[in-house]
Structures are given as C-alpha cells and as structure tokens.
Design a protein around this ligand. Structure first.
Ligand SMILES: Cc1cc2nc3c(=O)[nH]c(=O)nc-3n(C[C@H](O)[C@H](O)[C@H](O)COP(=O)(O)OP(=O)(O)OC[C@H]3O[C@@H](n4cnc5c(N)ncnc54)[C@H](O)[C@@H]3O)c2cc1C
Ligand code: SF4
Length: 327
C-alpha cells in the first residue's frame, strides 16, 4: 500500500472538484472494496476523498419514484419499510450479498461501482487487461469458473459481482450523478459497460462524477418477485449465477415481467427478449422453460464455466416459479 492523502469534505461540489482535477484522487464510501484493492496494490489512489459527510443517505418517495441516497447502507436499504413495500426484489438481492457485517458498511454507490472479482485482477503478478491495459487476459486460458458467458470479449471475460445491480437493472432504475459539468441521469442499463477493447473502463461514469442517488419508478413488481442466487456457500460468496424476477400477474396470466441475471456478464444482464416473450403467456413451468431458452441464446462458455450454460436456465426457471407462487 502506498501513502495517500485523506480529505473529508462536507460539500458535494468540493468532493467533485477534488476528484475531477486530480487524476490520482478517488471517492471512498464504505471502503469495503477500495481498501482491499489498495492493500493489494491493485488500485493506488494518492488522494482519498471520503464522502461520508455528504447528505446522501435518504430513502424517500420523490415525484412518485423511490429515491435511494448513494450513501444509504446496503443493510439499511434492505430493511427499509418503503423498499420492502415498493421494491422487495431489491431487498432480497441486497440480503443475498456479502455478509451482515459488510452490508452494514457497504453503500449503494460503492456497490454500483465495485470492481470485478476475477482472481487475476487481484494478483498483480499476472497479466490482466483490466488492471493494466494491453498486458493480456490471464483468465481466457486460465481458471475461468466464475467468468462470463455473455457479452465478453477477447480482452476480458470477468463478470460484474454485484447482487444489487441485478435487481436494479430488472427494475429499470436510474442513476443520478453530479459532476464538474452539472447533474445528469443515467439509465441503469447504460451505467455498466461491456469489456470490448476497453475492459479497464467498468462504467460510463466520467472522472469526477459522483453518484448521488438511485431512483426506481413506481412499478407493479411488489408481490410476485424473487431473487435467486446460486453460490458455493450459503453466505459470504459471490454468485455463480443469480436471477432477479418480477412478475405482474392477472390470475395465472403474466401481464408483464422483469428479468435479469447476475454472474454471467461484465454488466448485470437484462433479459429483455425473455421479458417480452412472457407478456400475455400463462405462468406455467413450460412457459418459463421457453423464456429461459430464449434468455440463453448467444451464451458462450469457457473451459471451467460450461456448467453455467445449464445452471443459468435452471436458476431462471426456479426464480420464475418462486415468483409466481404455486405453479
Ligand atoms: C468478502 C466480501 C464478500 C462480498 N460479497 C458480495 C456479494 O456476495 N454480493 C455483492 O453484491 N457484493 C459483495 N461484496 C462487495 C460489497 O458489496 C462491496 O464491497 C460494497 O458494496 C462496496 O461499497 P463501499 O461503499 O464499501 O464502496 P467503496 O469500497 O468505498 O468504493 C468502491 C468504489 O466505488 C466508488 N464510489 C463509492 N461511492 C461512490 C459514489 N457515491 N460515487 C462515485 N463513486 C463511488 C469508489 O471510488 C470505489 O471505486 C463483497 C465484499 C467483500 C469484501
Ligand atoms: S477476465 Fe478481465 S479481470 Fe480477469 S484477467 Fe482477464 S482482463 Fe483481467
């Protein structure tokens, strides 16, 4: 770990200006990811801008949408009455993440921005295009059990490790940011990037831009929802595959569906085609299997993650069955 400067501004503009002007500066929130990366010299910011004094913790209704401040803790959001009433899918996804201790430190903004868990990214002795562009991808021919089956490139095959992000993309959330050029909104589907030729860039956030909140518009996915995470241990483990499902049912007919998968791509994987397929169909296992088949089109596995080609659809079908209730 290299020495670094530490500042804790109380105004958002001061935090933004510092990070925008200084290439070596980074925001820090709960620190549960960034400090690990610094200890291993994977990331070496020379200035840390602690944002914990900023008033970004509120969870409230705002113009019909649910406003979740970027500094709201993962545990607070998962237990919040408004979230449990309006977005139980998000609460389920958050509770499936990490451990209780980590959820008590981790923030919404930090969870959105957490880096990949590819072991080669953390091992500074190994080539990794994400850590050091142009050095190569060790996972392509190496150990790639946790890696992507969708949207990968020959430069990087890592997956986005977040559970929260899977629920938020399914719920069509919006990310609110403030930066040197003012405020803007980014739809959740456009927030994270596929690796392409620039795997070192995880998101479309610009230098100095601060996530201030996430908004979720009012939606009918309050009852028939399920987040299913398949992992090596029942706690404290990242998803091998996960599925976030929200159904709007009229009797046994699906009026509309929201679906996403985690652990399969460099960004939370929104299953829009399968969503469209399900609209107007009966909520039966046969329909769910057809939707899952559609969702898996274009999947391509590597040496050690071929099991995801089967685990993926099975997880989605089970999550759909759980969301629909007794099917
Ligand atoms: C052992 C372990 C197990 C875990 N298991 C899971 C799991 O199963 N599922 C899961 O989803 N997560 C898991 N996590 C990850 C955990 O959820 C993240 O570390 C956490 O959400 C990051 O939040 P933070 O506030 O601590 O971020 P920090 O570590 O403070 O920051 C992370 C990144 O976000 C940036 N950042 C933070 N806030 C903002 C903001 N407002 N605007 C712009 N940039 C910002 C920082 O600059 C940094 O780059 C695990 C972590 C550990 C250590
Ligand atoms: S998969 Fe991505 S993070 Fe992992 S070694 Fe390859 S480039 Fe690095």
């Amino acid at each position: 770990m290299i020495p670094f400067l530490y500042v804790k501004p109380s105004k958002a503009q001061a935090a933004i200006d510092t990070v925008a002007k200084d290439q070596t500066a980074m925001f820090i929130a709960g620190g549960t990811n960034l400090i690990d990366l610094m200890k291993r010299s994977v990331m070496n910011p020379e200035k840390l801008v602690d944002i914990n004094k900023l008033p970004l913790r509120k969870i409230e209704k705002e113009d019909g949408a649910t406003h979740i401040g970027a500094l709201a803790l993962n545990s607070t959001v998962a237990e919040d009455k408004l979230i449990l009433e309006r977005h139980p899918l998000l609460a389920q996804a958050l509770n499936a993440g990490a451990s209780a201790q980590l959820r008590n430190m981790a923030t919404v903004g930090g969870n959105l921005m957490q880096r990949v868990r590819c072991p080669y990214f953390y091992d500074t002795a190994m080539p990794c295009n994400k850590r050091e562009p142009g050095t190569g991808c060790s996972a392509l021919e190496g150990y790639n059990r946790m890696h992507a089956i969708f949207g990968h490139s020959d430069k990087c095959i890592a997956v986005n490790p977040s559970d929260m992000n899977v629920a938020l993309v399914a719920l069509d959330a919006t990310v609110l940011v403030s930066g040197p050029k003012g405020d803007r909104k980014i739809s959740f589907a456009d927030f994270h990037r596929l690796p392409g030729d620039t795997p070192h860039i995880d998101t479309n956030l610009q230098k100095g831009e601060l996530i201030t909140a996430v908004h979720i518009t009012e939606n009918p996915y309050t009852k028939n929802v399920h987040y299913l995470k398949v992992r090596d241990r029942n706690s404290y483990a990242f998803a091998l595959v996960s599925a976030a499902v929200g159904l709007e049912l009229n009797g046994n007919t699906i009026k509309s569906a929201r679906l996403a998968m985690g652990g399969v791509a460099h960004k939370p994987w929104h299953l829009t085609e399968a969503e469209q397929f399900l609209a107007g169909k009966p909520a039966t296992e046969a329909t769910f299997k057809q939707a899952a088949e559609l969702a898996m089109r274009g999947a391509k596995a590597f040496e050690h993650n071929k099991f995801k080609l089967e685990l993926g659809p099975n997880t989605l079908v089970q999550a759909l069955k759980n969301a629909a209730g007794a099917v």
